[in-house]
Design a protein around this ligand. Structure first.
Ligand code: ADP
Ligand code: MG
Length: 360
């Protein structure tokens, strides 16, 4: 991460291109994306008036379609999780068109039943289970005194649902309140995770609830955002013998499909007509624009997502965006839009701080 003298850090932006699906291979789908991992460059080729042209973009890291989950984690996410255990707040967003691999990247591919019971990660496990594994490995190695808590919520149509609540009606809505300048979600379940195996039960519970709600309430998962949060409290004794609690937080955000947002981050006119405005995604785009342009007013308060993640955007958090794209010619327009958006996000600067709380 590029860091300047005053401690400001740019948002880290990573690009991941998914492989062709079996159907796309069978149909002989034309590919328009070339990834050069070493040069950290991605090129979109397009045909203009019979001429083959290419547009290239640079990112902090680029992962080609052959890069698996373990590699992406090791190279891009592992250092971030180490910082969480040093007491930083970190946020990882997955941004991209529906069907490009946001959920695959965050949660992982389909799991075999019984997987996880042995505590082993499968090749297709995503960022969430891998992060939990790493957190427990480090904490156990250090023989630290700690608690690890997780919450999992969904934002749909500016309404907040707890994906981990049990027994309640699936559509129970939670309120967001401001407490001492911090946004809290009232009544959100925070589940204590004791070991790395527990995480699979939580993920299953969350995904099952997301699916049920989708069917019952006629929702579309492509229009909802999910926010998985891990909080780690660590008890430590300082050099002066004073006991302190160090807290690190990791937000893992699977954003709604970006297909209704145009290249400048504004809502697309066609999407507007079809009533497909996603206020949170739109506001995220406006917040990014305001931060990049250093405008005096940043419209954090205009959506639930940006209120909740305010600190991750130009605040005191370390932030990483994983932009996901598909290699196909059919997705070309959307891909260019994702690349433009992600490239702009590279210019946001945050000022990460480690808050320490003395034990009372
Ligand atoms: P999104 O959440 O962005 O809508 P998904 O994560 O559901 O997209 O991915 C769409 C499909 O592509 C899924 O079947 C998923 O398993 C597959 N897929 C996505 N990314 C990859 C990848 N990097 N490697 C293998 N399969 C992938
Ligand atoms: Mg998804």
């Amino acid at each position: 991460m590029a860091s300047s003298r005053n401690g400001a850090v740019n948002v880290q932006v990573i690009l991941r291109c998914r492989p062709l699906s079996k159907e796309e291979v069978a149909n002989g789908t034309h590919q328009v994306i070339t990834c050069n991992e070493r040069a950290r460059e991605v090129t979109v080729s397009h045909n203009v008036g019979g001429k083959q042209l290419g547009r290239s973009f640079h990112f902090d890291k680029v992962f080609d379609p052959d890069s698996g989950q373990a590699k992406l984690y090791r190279m891009a996410i592992k250092p971030i999780v180490e910082e969480v255990l040093e007491g930083f707040n970190c946020t990882i967003f997955a941004y991209g068109q529906t069907g490009t691999g946001k959920t695959y990247t965050m949660e992982g591919g389909p799991r075999n039943s019984g997987e996880g019971s042995s505590g082993e990660l499968s090749d297709e496990a995503g960022v969430i289970p891998r992060a939990i594994h790493q957190i427990f490995s480090i904490l156990d190695e250090n023989d630290a005194e700690y608690t690890v808590k997780c919450s999992f919520l969904e934002l749909y149509n500016e309404e907040t649902t707890d994906l981990l609540a049990v027994g309640d009606a699936v559509d129970q809505k939670l309120k967001m309140l401001e407490d001492n300048g911090r946004v809290v979600v009232q009544g959100l379940e925070e589940i204590i995770v004791k070991n790395k195996v527990d995480i699979y039960a939580l993920l299953d519970r969350g995904s099952a609830k997301r699916r049920t709600a989708e069917t019952l309430l006629n929702k579309q998962s492509s229009r909802s955002h999910s926010v998985f949060c891990v909080t780690v409290h660590m008890r430590e004794v300082s050099a002066e013998g004073e006991e302190v609690i160090k807290t690190g937080k990791l937000y893992l955000v699977d954003l709604a499909g970006s297909e209704n947002v145009n290249r400048s981050g504004a809502v697309d006119a066609r999407a507007k007509e079809a009533g497909l405005i996603n206020k949170s995604l739109l506001t995220l785009g406006r917040v990014i624009t305001a931060l990049v342009e250093k405008s005096p007013h940043v419209p954090y308060r205009d959506s639930k997502l940006t209120r909740l993640l305010r600190d991750s955007l130009g605040g005191r958090t370390k932030t990483c965006v994983i932009a996901t794209i598909a290699p196909t010619v059919q997705c070309q327009e959307e891909t260019l839009s994702t690349l433009d958006y992600a490239h702009r996000a590279k210019n946001i600067r945050n000022r990460p701080e480690v808050p320490t709380t003395p034990v009372l």
